[in-house]
Design a protein around this ligand. Structure first.
Ligand SMILES: O=P(O)(O)OC[C@H]1O[C@](O)(CO)[C@@H](O)[C@@H]1O
Length: 448
């Protein structure tokens, strides 16, 4: 298969303006590929599509096959990069109602998520849903100490042990975590869970193509060979630092150009509801990578045409601090023809016989131009169809563009020091030993 991602910058930046950024691109490329850039110890994702551990890949496929046999439901416990790539893939590539389909009409296990917030209501409701089902858990945490998944896992592990007994529960729990260190690795070794690795040199938000994403994605019945093949083709397609030939770098450069023009928000807009979590994955990738040192585009999103009826007014007419990146697919996973009706009360018979995809595409084209006319520059990324190969390609495209963008911005695209602040305050307010002074100080501020 060959690369068919198309990037259109007609409504974002002129060729002349883009070319002015070629020296910055060269510099960012050199930082990334030489390993001399900030955070270079976390660039294992760069050649992952060719260097990934084949033995573990086979173990993933075998475990996924066992999960598909043994379980009606797989619960993926994780937060941020430990769940968003999986959810993005399942929502884009699976039937919109995958979990509700009868077992013989879906290619893999139903998948539910936990540990991505602290809601007791959600966890209680999830336990209601899985009550009479056969369940397998994949707990995913690189650090092993993230509060949200750790609390969910405490509950669900207890639930599994009550339902199956300790020995069978152990066989039904898979842990994806650090190769050698951390609380989850320790627990998995003590309990004898089968473990998979989050490589040392890959941060959470770049980890979808490791066991973090691959195990649950394969368990849901999605072709992970195709996903990796798409990523490998992207890796080969985006090697050269020339803006003329490298669409991934052109995207990074266009974003940087718009940022320098004063834009502060990039809105990723897509016209298929299955992209909702792909966009969430993208938001973590760009938000955690670029939003630091008081810099960075704010990554926002729109689900269209849905949000045209809620956010459309602002995008068209509000403060002009944003630009839009539109993601489309030439063909939908499924299409439908518009029926003719006798009465034609809604006046839509002129569309009878047209495909719904055609209407969606025309809505996209019209919206794009309206937004451009309203002062919102537009970047358009198009892919042939939502399948595993194209998604693997897109994951890699966004990851590499993000790293290059971060270096162009002058930040370390691979750390996330800002995330610690909320954790410190939360632990202090919860009374974690060692946080006594901070607790008193914070409580005084809350009483004011
Ligand atoms: O896999 P872990 O260590 O639980 O981390 C989950 C997420 O938390 C963060 O470390 C910070 O929020 C993210 O970067 C990461 O994706």
């Amino acid at each position: 298969m060959s690369t068919q991602l198309r990037l259109d910058l007609t409504h974002a930046v002129t060729d002349t303006d883009l070319q002015l950024l070629q020296p910055n691109i060269l510099e960012a490329h050199e930082l990334l590929h030489s390993g001399r850039g900030a955070g270079s110890e976390f660039t294992g994702w760069l050649d992952l599509p060719s260097s990934f551990d084949r033995e573990e890949f086979i173990r993933i496929q075998n475990a996924a096959a066992r999960i598909r046999c043994a379980a009606d439901v797989l619960i993926v416990i994780g937060i941020g990069g430990s769940y968003l790539g999986t959810r993005a893939t399942l929502e884009l590539l699976s039937h919109s109602f995958h979990n509700q389909l009868p077992r013989d009409r879906r290619p893999g296990t139903a998948v539910y998520f936990a540990g991505h917030q602290l809601s007791p209501t959600y966890l209680n409701d999830l336990i209601d849903i899985i009550g009479d089902k056969d369940v397998v858990i994949n707990v995913i945490s690189k650090s092993g100490t993230t509060t949200e998944p750790a609390i969910a896992f405490r509950h669900l592990r207890q639930w599994m042990e009550q339902k199956y007994g300790q020995a069978e529960a152990r066989r039904r729990i898979y842990a994806t975590t650090d190769r050698a260190r951390g609380a989850l690795k320790q627990l998995a070794d003590d309990e004898g869970y089968e473990t998979f690795v989050v490589p040392d040199d890959i941060g959470g938000r770049y980890s979808v193509l490791t066991a973090v994403g691959l195990l649950p994605i394969a368990a849901a019945g999605i072709d992970i060979n195709a996903l990796m093949a798409g990523a490998a083709d992207a890796m080969n397609a985006y090697r050269e630092p020339s803006l003329a030939s490298n669409a991934c770098y052109r995207y990074a450069a266009a974003r940087q150009h718009l940022y320098r023009q004063g834009k502060s928000i990039e809105v990723l807009a897509a016209y298929e509801p299955g992209t909702q979590y792909l966009v969430e994955w993208w938001k973590q990738l760009y938000g955690e990578s670029e939003g630091k040192d008081n810099k960075g585009l704010f990554p926002a999103s729109l689900q269209l045409t849905t949000d045209l009826h809620s956010m459309g007014q602002y995008i068209q007419d509000g403060l002009r601090q944003l630009f839009e990146t539109v993601l489309t697919f030439d063909r939908p996973r499924r299409d439908l023809q518009i029926p003719r009706v006798e009465s034609d009360g809604d006046g839509l018979n002129f569309l009878a016989g047209q495909s719904m995809h055609y209407v969606n595409e025309r809505a996209m084209a019209g919206t794009l131009l309206a937004h451009v006319d309203g002062g919102v520059p537009n970047i358009h990324i198009a892919l042939p169809e939502p399948d595993a190969y194209n998604l693997g390609h897109l994951f890699y495209f966004f990851e590499k563009a993000c790293a290059i963008s971060g270096y162009m911005l002058g930040v370390n695209p691979f750390d996330q020091p800002g995330v610690e602040s909320y954790k410190k305050n939360m632990f202090a307010l919860l009374g974690k030993p060692g946080y006594e002074a901070a607790k008193a100080e914070l409580e005084k501020r809350l009483q004011r």
